[in-house]
Design a protein. Structure first.
Ligand code: SAM
Length: 162
């Protein structure tokens, strides 16, 4: 498999799961995009979930100009500083859907990042809420349902809050 094949497979899995999640989540609850990046997945989420409150988090905003959230919905800063404050504001159990792909090519660092982020995300999800992630997380209040999706094992990860 070439690196091009690998990128296409990852992005296809990402899009398939976001499409699936948009039909799966309940009618209430926030949607969070952790790592706005270029704004591609944010754009997809807002298109699939019109009218929904979608917050994006990013420490270095540099998205495509058409893909910025409206005022008040882009939370700028390191997520480990901004997310705890956000949780205090909106309350635990407020999110219906969280998507995250904020890792790098450093697998050890990615593992550490996921371990640090896990308790925050675990507390943010409402019952039935979904975490869609590009890596494995430790989510004690959730069930790992990755194998129940159409995406091949290990390519993308899905957790549902119990
Ligand atoms: N989902 C995006 C898209 O489709 O365009 C791509 C996201 S990109 C792979 C990851 C983004 O996460 C980067 O823009 C990076 O700046 C951001 N990021 C990484 N670590 C972060 C952190 N600790 N706090 C806030 N943002 C972070």
């Amino acid at each position: 498999m070439t690196r091009l094949d690998s990128v296409i497979r990852r992005l296809t899995a990402q899009r398939d799961l976001l499409n699936w999640a948009a039909g799966e989540i309940g009618p209430t609850g926030l949607v969070l995009e952790l790592g706005l990046g270029n704004g591609r997945t944010y754009d997809h989420l807002r298109t699939k979930l019109p009218g929904r409150e979608i917050y994006a988090f990013e420490r270095s905003p540099a998205a495509h100009p058409d893909c910025y959230p409206p005022e008040g919905y882009l939370i700028v800063g390191d997520i480990f500083e901004t997310l705890p404050i956000f949780i205090e504001r909106v309350g635990q159990g407020s999110a219906a859907l969280i998507h995250t792909d904020i890792g790098t090519g450093d697998e050890a660092a990615n593992r550490q990042l996921a371990l640090r982020l896990s308790p925050l995300l675990d507390s943010l999800l409402q019952p039935g809420g979904l975490l869609i992630a590009d890596r494995a997380f430790e989510m004690p209040s959730c069930t790992d349902i990755s194998s129940q999706t159409s995406v091949p094992e290990g390519r993308y990860f899905v957790y549902r809050r119990n």
